[in-house]
Design a protein around this ligand. Structure first.
Ligand code: DHB
Ligand code: FE
Length: 281
C-alpha cells in the first residue's frame, strides 16, 4: 500500500529560483536563507520519497482569465518548466507518475472532489522553486512528481476548510493505492506578502510564525480562517497559504515536526519551510 510519509510546507519566491540558477546562494543577502534550507535538504536526501504530490499555484502561466479551474491534477508523463517571460528555467523536467495520478483522479472525483484533469501542463515557479529549495540542483529530480494546481490568483479561491478536506481525501486516495510507495506531499506558496496596491511590501512575521505553529498543532482551527483574515493579516497574496492546508489535511494527527525555519525578508515575503513526518506511516 502507498503511504504519505512526509509533508513539506514552503514558500515559492521566484527570485529564490533565480538565485539558485545563478549560483548566488552565498551572496550576503541570500546566505541566511540558504543556510536555513540546508538541514531540510540534508534530511530529504536521507529520506527520499518515491513520489511527491506538489500542491502549488500557477501564476497565469498555464492558466489565465480564459480558464480558471479551482483544482487541477496533472496526469501526464512529464511536465516542462513554464516560460514565465524570460525563457524556461534550466531545471529538470518533472517526471510524472500517471498510474498513481489517475488513481488519485478517480478516487478524488468519486469522493466528491470534482477536480480538473490535465494531460498537458507546464509548471511555473510555484512548483519548480519548492523543488529547488528541497533538492538543490540535481541532474534529474530525485522522485516522480504529481502536480496539483490550486487557483489562488483569481477570486474566488477555495476556502481553507475545503483545502483541508481535500488533503484528507488525498490521504484516502493514496492509502487505497496498492503499490508500496513512499509519498511526500508539498504545500507551497505564501507566506505573508502583497505585491500590489497601497500595502505592497507588507510582511507580517508574527502572523506567519503563528501560522506555522498552528498548522502543526491546531490545523482544524487554521482551516476555519476566512479569506479576509489572510488578506488583512498576510496581504493580498498571503491567501496562497490555503495550499499548506491541503498538505496538512493529508497528514495524520500524529505528525512529528522534523524541521521548521522562517526568515524575513526573502524578496517581498516572509519565507517559511516546514518538514513534517507522519508517525502513522
Ligand atoms: C514574489 C513572491 C511570490 O509568491 C510570487 O508568486 C511572485 C513574487 C516576490 O516576493 O517577489
Ligand atoms: Fe506566488
Amino acid at each position: 500500500m502507498a503511504k504519505i510519509t512526509t509533508g513539506i510546507g514552503t514558500s515559492h519566491v521566484p527570485s529564490v529560483g533565480a538565485v539558485i540558477d545563478k549560483n548566488n546562494e552565498q551572496d550576503p543577502y541570500w546566505k541566511p536563507l540558504f543556510d536555513g534550507y540546508q538541514p531540510a535538504r540534508d534530511w530529504i536526501k536521507e529520506n527520499k520519497p518515491d513520489v511527491a504530490i506538489v500542491v502549488y499555484n500557477d501564476h497565469a502561466s498555464s492558466f489565465g482569465l480564459n480558464l480558471i479551474p479551482t483544482f487541477t491534477l496533472g496526469v501526464a508523463d512529464e511536465f516542462l518548466p513554464a516560460d514565465e517571460g524570460y525563457g524556461r528555467r534550466q531545471v529538470p523536467k518533472a517526471i510524472g507518475e500517471p498510474d498513481l495520478a489517475w488513481h488519485l483522479a478517480e478516487s478524488l472525483i468519486t469522493d466528491e472532489f470534482d477536480i480538473t484533469i490535465a494531460n498537458e501542463m507546464d509548471v511555473d515557479h510555484g512548483l519548480t522553486v519548492p523543488l529547488s529549495i528541497m533538492f538543490d540542483k540535481p541532474e534529474e529530480w530525485p522522485c516522480k512528481i504529481i502536480p496539483l494546481a490550486v487557483n489562488v490568483i483569481q477570486y474566488p479561491p477555495p476556502s481553507g476548510n475545503r483545502c483541508y478536506n481535500l488533503g484528507k481525501a488525498i490521504r484516502r486516495a493514496v492509502e487505497s493505492y496498492d503499490k508500496d510507495l513512499k509519498v511526500a506531499i508539498f504545500g507551497t506558496g505564501g507566506m505573508s506578502h502583497q505585491l500590489q496596491g497601497e500595502r505592497a511590501g507588507l510582511v507580517n512575521a508574527e502572523f506567519d510564525q503563528k501560522f506555522l505553529e498552528d498548522l502543526v498543532h491546531d490545523p482544524v482551527g487554521v482551516s476555519k480562517k476566512p479569506h479576509v483574515e489572510y488578506m488583512r493579516e498576510a496581504g493580498s497574496e498571503g491567501v496562497e497559504l490555503v495550499m499548506w492546508l491541503i498538505m496538512r489535511g493529508a497528514m495524520s494527527d500524529k505528525v512529528k515536526e522534523t524541521y521548521k525555519f522562517y526568515h524575513v525578508p526573502a524578496s517581498n515575503t516572509g519565507a517559511g519551510l516546514i518538514v513534517l513526518e507522519d508517525e502513522q506511516a
